[in-house]
Write a protein that binds this ligand. Structure first.
Ligand code: COA
Ligand code: MG
Length: 292
């Protein structure tokens, strides 16, 4: 099965309760938005925020970016009603917070199935609890079963810092091992995986550095809190001009008549295998999807 690439380089949280921020959406160049009912909305505003969802989704026609709703935890007093309201909007995804086990995904999936949500409505999972990290392989495995709807992991780094007691350092040294586990598990399950947010939205140098590291770690994109972060994320998670030139060279080399049927060739003094051709083709397809 050929996987269709959907760019998820820049994924912006927008509180459902913030009318001014919501009004900005049509002008933003992010690949996806997460309309948040959870942490960005104060308890007193939860119900009013949920009631705004339908209106937010009413004028999405023609929009390029994916639209996802983050509901409150299903165990909370708001979760069940949030999920029903989100299903009615037929979003591209519903992001579940505080996922601990595969069961959390399966139970939400059952609610979607029982309420006739189209197959296109996917589930995204926050990976933000110690339990989720201990169960990450089993959770990711659901990605191999389309009926589970699981499509994407989102690192919840603020919660992980809070729940584990690690020190949040600028180089994220204590978080990196867990972030790498998320990437590994996501690949095993065929899922996309997004890095956590950078809280300091005024420090654009630090942000660009964090994006470059996340791209090098294998993340597909970054979750964002502020429009000022979109451009740097789009740049960091798109294939670089150098990588594209290299990919074209690999593709051209394998298409030479003399290399037909060969599995290993030499290119500019380096060994190149057919697996590199597959990798190159994937990168070129990714660049094409981004510029489409
Ligand atoms: N989405 C869309 N627009 C946003 C935005 C967002 N996430 N964050 C800020 N903006 C808009 C503001 O409304 C403001 O609009 P204006 O020019 O019409 O006044 C403009 O961008 C500049 O915002 P700025 O003044 O720099 O920031 P702020 O003080 O208004 O907001 C935050 C700062 C952090 C409160 C805000 O960015 C935010 O709420 N982000 C999302 C937080 C969130 O969802 N957290 C949960 C997941 S971790
Ligand atoms: Mg969280």
């Amino acid at each position: 099965m050929t996987q269709i690439y959907r760019p998820r380089r820049s994924v912006l949280y927008v509180p459902a309760s913030n009318g001014k921020a919501l009004a900005k959406l049509p002008a933003l160049a992010c690949d996806a938005v997460i309309i948040d009912l959870e942490n960005a909305v104060a308890p007193a505003d939860k119900i009013a925020a949920r009631e705004k969802l339908a209106g937010i989704f009413a004028d999405r026609a023609g929009r390029r970016c994916e639209m996802v709703v983050r509901v409150n935890a299903l165990a909370s007093e708001w979760g069940a009603d949030d999920l029903m309201a989100a299903v009615r909007c037929e979003p591209d995804g519903i992001l579940l917070p505080k996922v601990d086990t595969p069961r959390d995904i399966l139970e939400a999936g059952d609610v979607l199935d029982d309420n006739f949500a189209p197959d296109e409505v996917k589930l995204w999972a926050m990976i933000e609890t110690p339990k989720a990290l201990l169960n990450i392989g089993a959770i990711a495995e659901l990605g191999r079963d389309p009926a589970s709807r699981l499509s994407c992991f989102v690192a919840g780094t603020n919660d992980l810092v809070k729940d584990t007691g690690i020190l949040a350092t600028p180089d994220r040294r204590y978080l990196v091992p867990w972030l790498m586990q998320m990437v590994l598990a996501a690949r095993a399950g065929g899922l996309d995986v997004l890095d956590g947010v950078s809280n300091d939205f005024r420090d654009s140098d630090a942000f660009a550095r964090e994006c470059a590291e996340a791209a090098a770690m294998g993340f597909d994109g970054k979750s964002l809190i502020h429009p000022a972060q979109i451009e740097a994320a789009n740049r960091a998670f798109a294939p670089s001009p150098e990588a594209l030139a290299e990919a074209r060279a690999v593709k051209d080399a394998f298409s030479l008549a003399e290399n037909t049927g060969k599995d290993v060739i030499a290119l500019n003094g380096r060994m190149v295998e057919r697996l590199h051709l597959a990798q190159a083709e994937k990168l070129l397809a990714k660049a094409a999807a981004i510029s489409a």
